[in-house]
Write a protein that binds this ligand. Sequence first.
Ligand code: PMP
Length: 417
Amino acid sequence: MRTDVPPLLHAYARPAADRSSYVDIVAGDGAEVVDAAGRRYVDALGSLWYCNVGHGRAEIADAVAEQMRTLEVFHTFDRFTNPAADAVAERLAGLAPMPDTRVFLTSGGSESVETAVKLARIAQHWAGHPERTVVVSRRPSYHGVTYAALTATGLAANQQGFGPLLPDVVQVPYDDLDALDHLGPEYEGRIAAVIAEPVVGAGGVYPPPEGYFAGLRERCDRWGAFLIVDEVICGFGRLGQWWGAQHFGVRPDLVTFAKGVTSGYLPLGGVLVGAAVREALEADEAAVFRHGYTYGGHPTVAAAALANLDLLEKEDLIARAPAIGERLGAGLGSLVDGTDVVGHRGTQGIWAIELAEGLSANAVRDALLGHGVIARPIGTSALAYCPPLVVTDEQMDRCVEGTRRAIADVRAGRSGA
Ligand code: PMP
């Protein structure tokens, strides 16, 4: 056993990495964070694609403290509720990209995807279609790490070694509508739901082709399947509207959300449940939905969400996404030279660059730390950018210039931070 590793077993990390390899983040304000040595970084990925209002917002801290003093927590199973959980559900139902929505609350993205898959299956079952159990997802895509979410996730590397996955999940290329029409006769009449991210995020930052979501909607309607739009990254302003579904003009049946709903200040996720699913759930007066997480409807978490939604609204932060596209997207595009950077992709507030073969995304990320920017490798050859919506022009320019220098460092064999 190693003695030079920290007690904290990190997510998506090498368990054998020694203590010295960690970057110790101790503070943050706006679109910047500070490490234990006092070095400042532009938080180019909004922590993990979520810090939409930026770090250090006293409004959220105050709302949380106040709720903690009144009712820190009580559960919402069965007949119990609390004002904060009710208020956040009402607020989210009002913002939803489809009418007549109810809101199920979880503690994060994976739980939300898990919930949406179970909702789709139980709603089909209760509506008299128990044969509709198949979930269609895309490749690449990212939907989380619990078994249903992991099975839906279209990244083979994430699934290797974890044993049998969820049955009845089938994947199609993320940009190919025709593939949906050729799933094979064994899937005929058996589709419960299709799940799709508006822009594929952690799976590589891939916007859909023109007309893609209209095509998904049309097929779901034809099959009697529910359309689950996974808004865990795109929700709450990333694409310049509250929801990615609005950006692409599609009406979902179920929406999964997390991250930006609190800007990550406290862990919250959930599912917006549209009319078609509701009808199946509410039809039988006596039927119980036997599903729920201990912390769903946590009032202190809900208070953080309400304060975060206030900030997004009052400061009109969602309107910042196009400006991020114009400055950061264009800046990253200017790095494309065919030699070191072979492409860039994204839209609005979410971007990636594709590095040339032989340039490791991890190495560039490490060198970029030395230039005061935290970006995130996705796969082995791409770097992602998804900054807080409060990011300034100067900070975006630092992301671009830092990336240019980091690539030069790696090419020159200079080591990173
Ligand atoms: N869906 C999407 C689209 C995501 O981006 C993520 C997380 N990056 C998840 C689901 C899983 O969320 P969590 O990590 O909170 O479980």
